[in-house]
Write a protein of this length. Structure first.
Length: 210
């Protein structure tokens, strides 16, 4: 069993799914991979203490990478079309900062509470919110504590965001648009020449057994 690390380099970050992407990493069944990923909005990994305007990760092609920051793809030697990919998440360790929706961000319950029409759907390009659209948090990954700018403290229980496979069809697949892949459910499966696994949010180690 080998251990690998995948950094958030441009070759390993994509804002879409596609079976045509070259593997950022190739592993064997049973290997362990540690991913360092971005937040879903493509914020820079490190931010200045007490920042008011978050720095974005660069480089990013905002004409193509419009959705969440996905790390991968990872190719698994011996994976074939139709096989089921088993992924075991051993540990998740957060970064040093994070964000959640702010008081000015529309929420799904707003129409029921008489507070406005609510969100109108995903933005054309997903980014870290600014101003009153975001609440920023200082995260302590060792103590698993998050503290926001007003001093509120929360116990952290990080979880994975998106993990999945592209459809077995050509082209770029944006999963936030009206696309057949939004209707897919169940376990990710191998397509084409190799299995592909994407992940977003936080840092995690994955055990892949093919």
């Amino acid at each position: 069993m080998a251990r690998h690390h995948l950094d958030p380099a441009p070759r390993a970050l994509h804002g879409y799914f596609s079976r045509e992407l070259a593997p950022a990493l190739t592993i064997d069944s049973g290997d362990v991979v540690s991913f360092q990923t971005l937040d879903s909005g493509w914020g820079a990994i490190e931010q200045e203490v007490g920042f008011s305007e978050p720095r974005d990760f660069v480089p990013r092609d905002v004409m193509r990478d419009v959705a969440h920051a996905l790390a991968g793809p990872v190719a698994i030697n011996g994976a074939r079309a139709g096989m089921t990919l088993e992924i075991r998440i051993n540990r998740i360790r957060t970064g040093r900062w994070g964000w959640s929706a702010g008081p000015g961000a529309p929420a799904q319950f707003d129409p029921y509470l008489g507070l406005g029409p609510g969100p109108g759907g995903p933005p054309a390009v997903i980014t870290v919110p600014r101003g009153d659209q975001a609440t920023f948090w200082e995260l302590d990954p060792e103590g698993a504590i998050g503290i926001n700018r007003t001093g509120q403290r929360l116990k952290l229980r990080p979880f994975m965001g998106i993990m999945g496979m592209p459809l077995d069809e050509p082209g770029i697949q944006i999963y936030l648009s009206p696309h057949p892949m939004r209707r897919q459910s169940g376990l990710p499966r191998a397509n084409g020449r190799y299995g592909v696994v994407f992940a977003d949010r936080s840092r995690w180690g994955a055990f892949l057994n093919r």
